[in-house]
Design a protein around this ligand. Structure first.
Ligand SMILES: [Zn+2]
Length: 295
């Protein structure tokens, strides 16, 4: 759905609530506190009150958004739906400043919405198992250091393995999905744990560069090593797919992060994976909403 379609389909708070109720309850509202279905919708007075229910058993009140990504929000759901669409359609990433301008929000609210949506992408992503030809690689991301890190600035900038930037390890199935995550310490062990968790080793072939952490895989599966000192592509022996993903990740990172914040890197990486893995889906907003209503 593009933004116009989102606005037509969800013109107001009521239509957004209706949609979420249908997805979550399928016609029978359930109290999230006690599980009772003896509940009654309250009378409305103002946007914040739309869709509030009273439970006759435990006397609590609740909304369809209880315990979800939209929990407790005072921002209109239409703005949330638009924000989700904007993020999912932003191939090069979306900054909170851009979101602030697009949806007429204040900066803090835009940042809050972005962070919650990113966290939801981490929480609700189904475990992915890659199979077939798998390219694995690592990269290092980070932006301008904060002022208090000036000492760091004076050190000569290192590149590649051994930098003070955040290390991200990733694997992609050719023609399929990508999985990437931040690792604190890149070692043979972290590489092994990562690949074992997300790759069907028996049914796959691994392509990597010559980093020694990957050598152990030769004993477990078919493993091709591309020596980047010599050449980048040798027939179908290459890691161009994962490198393509890294360049999308970095372009988005450097394009929108004016302040470097290590704490948010995992959320950020998860967002880029989610967008990459769903980019061919027709209605990614609907998928996101369906997932977010599974509590
Ligand atoms: Zn109840």
């Amino acid at each position: 759905m593009n933004l116009i379609e989102v606005m037509e389909r969800f013109p107001d708070q009521e239509s957004c609530i209706d949609h979420l109720e249908r997805v979550r309850w399928r016609g029978t509202p359930v109290c999230p506190h006690c599980g009772s279905i003896t509940v009654k919708r309250k009378k409305e007075d103002g946007v914040g009150r739309v869709g509030r229910y009273n439970c006759h058993d435990c006397k609590a009140s609740f909304k369809v958004t209880h315990g979800t990504v939209f929990h407790g929000t005072k921002i209109e759901l239409q703005k949330w739906f638009l924000a989700i669409s904007l993020i999912l359609n932003a191939k090069k990433g979306l900054s909170s400043y851009q979101l602030q301008r697009d949806l007429d929000l204040n900066q803090k609210t835009a940042w809050f919405i972005l962070t919650r949506i990113r966290a939801e992408m981490v929480n609700k992503t189904n475990p992915i198992v890659l199979q077939g030809i798998i390219e694995a690689d690592e990269t290092y991301i980070g932006g301008k250091p904060r002022k208090e890190n000036k000492k760091e600035d004076r050190k000569p900038a290192k590149r590649g393995r051994g930098t003070s930037k955040t290390t991200v390890i990733g694997a992609v199935e050719r023609g399929g999905e990508v999985v990437a995550q931040v690792v604190e310490n890149l070692t043979g062990r972290t590489v092994l744990q990562f690949i074992r968790k997300i790759v069907n080793i028996k049914e796959s072939e691994l392509m990597t560069d010559e980093y020694h952490g990957y050598r152990q895989f030769a004993a477990m599966m078919k493993h091709e090593v591309i020596n980047h000192q010599e050449q980048y592509v040798e027939g179908d022996k290459h890691t161009n797919t994962i490198e393509g993903f890294w360049s999308l990740l970095k372009r988005a990172w450097y394009g929108q992060h004016h302040h470097y914040s290590v704490g948010y890197t995992p959320l950020y990486v998860a967002e880029r994976c989610y967008v990459y893995n769903n980019c061919n889906r027709k209605c990614i907003l609907t998928k996101f909403l369906n997932e977010s209503m599974k509590v």
